[in-house]
Ligand binder design. Sequence first.
Ligand code: NAD
Length: 447
Amino acid sequence: MLDRRTFLQSAAKTATIAAAATRLHPLFAQAAAPAPRSPNDAVQLALIGAGIQGQGDTRTALQVPGVKLVAVADCYDGRLAHAKELWGADIFTTRDYREILARPDVDAVLIATPDHWHKQAAIDAMRAGKDVYLEKPMIHIYPDGPEIIDAAHSTNRILQVGSQRVSSIIYAKAKELLAAGAIGKLNMITARWDRNSSTGAWNYSIPLDASPETCDWPRFSGSAPKMPFSAERFFQWRKWKDYGSGVAGDLFVHLFSGTHFITGAHGPTRAMATGGLRFWKDGRDANDVLLALFDYPEGFNLSLHVNFVDGGEESEGFLFTGSEGLMEIAGNTVTVTRTPLESEPGFTVSTFTDAMQQQYMEQYRKKYPIPHPSGPPANEVQKFVAPEGYSDSYDHFHNFFNAVRSRQPVVEDATFGFRAAGAALLSNLSVERGSVVRWNPETMKIA
Ligand SMILES: NC(=O)c1ccc[n+]([C@@H]2O[C@H](COP(=O)([O-])OP(=O)(O)OC[C@H]3O[C@@H](n4cnc5c(N)ncnc54)[C@H](O)[C@@H]3O)[C@@H](O)[C@H]2O)c1
C-alpha cells in the first residue's frame, strides 16, 4: 500500500502535466485575471442547486480549510429551509440564483442543478465575476460546450467540472503506472457502471409537501419545454431528456473523465451505441441499458456499459488491457497484473503425426531453449490502495479552492469537461440515429 505522501507526489506531478496541456479559446477578448491571493485567504462560497449532490458537495467543500458558505439558491422551499438547518440561520437563501450572483461577498459558486441549467447558471456566474465548480456533465446539449468554454476564457474565471475522480490519488497512480509501461501498450479499456436498485435507477424520494407552492416549477423548468407541474419531473428529472442526459451524461461521463485523465487522450473519433428501456417502464424516456464502443486515435478501443437492473450488486470499474498485462481500478484500489505473453508452440503441434511432433519440437528447441526450466514465472501483481477514509471529492474541492486563490489552471477545466461530456453524449446520438457517429476530439465537433 502506498502512503498518502507518495500518492500525492504522483498526483501533483500528473496535475502539472495536465494543467500545462490546458488550452484556452483564442478568439475572445479576456477580462483581466484577479490577483492571486494568499493560500490562507478565506473563500466565500454559495450553492446553486441544494439537492442530493449540492448538499453532499457543500459538506465536503466546507471541510477544506478557509471555505465559508454564505448563500444557497434552490427551487424547492424544503431544501432552502434544510440549508438553514444544516449551515445556520444566517445563511442567505433564495429561489432566484441571480440574487446570489449580485452579492459582492460571494467569491465562488458550486452549481449542482439538473443538467439543463448547467450552462446558463455557469455563464451567469462567471459573468458576475464568480469562480465556478460546475457539476458533471458539463453540458446538456452540444452547443453548451463552446459557450461555456468561451465564457470561462473571456471572463478569466476558474471553472472546474465536478467529476471528482480526476483528482483521485488512485487515478493519478493509474496514470503514472500506464505512462511507465506497467501493462505495455494499451489496446483496450472496458468500463461499466451497473446498478440494481430503485434509487440507483433514479426513483428518488418525493417530499410529501411537493406542490406548485413549495416548488418553483417555472424556474426549475427553465429552457425545458413548458408543461404542468410534475413532482416526478421535479425530483426525478434524470428520467427525462428535457432535463438530464440519460445514463450517458450521468455515468458514462465519469468513465470518460477517468479515461481521458489516465491516458491523456482527448476523446474518441468514432462511437457506436445501442440500448433500450428494458425494465423501468414507468413513463421515463431515458434508457436504462446502454452499451457503447469508441475508437481512440491513440490506438485503443473503449467499451462502456450501464445496466440499471444487473441482477446483482452495484458495480463500477475499469479494466485497462495492455500487451504486457492488465490494470484494474475498483473502488479505492488499482491493481496491475503482469502476465508474460505466451509464445511457446503449445497444443497446435499435437495435431501432427508423432514423428512430426518430435521433429518439430527438436527444431523449435534448438532455436528457442526452454525459457523457464523450473516452471513458468508466477504473474506479477502490484496493488495500490488509497489510505483508509480517502476522499477524492475532498481533493477535487481542495484543488478547486487552490486554483481560486492562486489563479492557476485546474485539470478539469471547461475544455476537459466538454471533451468528456461531448464524448459521452455521442452514445445518445448513435442510439437515436441508429448509426456510427464521428467526432473530432481536437475541435470538439461532430464530424
Ligand atoms: N459528481 C458526482 O458524483 C455527482 C453525483 C450526483 C449528481 N451529480 C450532478 O449534480 C447535479 C445535481 O444532481 P442531484 O442528484 O443533486 O439532483 P437533485 O434533483 O437532488 O438536486 C437538484 C436541485 O437543483 C435545484 N434547481 C433546479 N433548477 C434550479 C435553478 N434554476 N436554480 C437553483 N436551483 C435549481 C432543484 O430544486 C433541486 O433541489 C446533476 O448535474 C448531477 O449530474 C454529480
